[in-house]
Design a binder for this molecule. Sequence first.
Ligand SMILES: CC(C)(COP(=O)(O)OP(=O)(O)OC[C@H]1O[C@@H](n2cnc3c(N)ncnc32)[C@H](O)[C@@H]1OP(=O)(O)O)[C@@H](O)C(=O)NCCC(=O)NCCS
Length: 159
Amino acid sequence: MTVRSIRKGDARGLSKLLSGISKEASFIYTEEPLLPEEVEKLRLHPGKQIYVLEHENALVGYCTVALGMFPENSHTAKIQSMGIMPDQQNRGCGKILLSAVIEKLKQEDKKVITLEVVDKNTPAVKLYQSLGFIEVGRIKDAFIKMGNKSDILIMSLHV
Ligand SMILES: CC(C)(COP(=O)(O)OP(=O)(O)OC[C@H]1O[C@@H](n2cnc3c(N)ncnc32)[C@H](O)[C@@H]1OP(=O)(O)O)[C@@H](O)C(=O)NCCC(=O)NCCS
């Protein structure tokens, strides 16, 4: 398994991955499918990073990061979203991907990494806790899906 930044030719694979993940996931935001030109725009955005987990020439996971863009927060980064293909979940892929992303951010001198997660998203919360993220805040009822309310946890990791 390899963790790498997305490349120009990944647009189609990434769109397929995102739709495969969003079909099965209950606690993520509903997003329109990404068009190849939008992937390319994101790839070239100076404040964003997109990493993928590749296995046997297929993309099985992704992680997007937003970098602090001001002098005051240039030492921070936010994990915006991540996902692993449903048939590969709960086999350690999420951990391989996110630990590699944290390592890359460390090498770029990032000191504070934050993220938000729906509190009922047990696999995601467990993954983040297992890599050292701690809950630093909770926004009550900030996520509503099919009429069901959930809290959003704010988590941070100091590296
Ligand atoms: C959240 C997600 C990225 C985790 O990736 P993963 O590859 O399944 O996770 P891993 O196999 O690396 O497991 C990480 C930890 O979570 C635990 N875990 C994984 N799936 C679990 C499940 N279904 N139930 C309980 N714990 C689970 C593992 O035991 C492991 O904990 P440990 O290190 O203490 O043993 C993946 O489930 C996913 O893509 N979900 C849908 C999209 C999503 O919710 N993204 C997160 C948005 S914030």
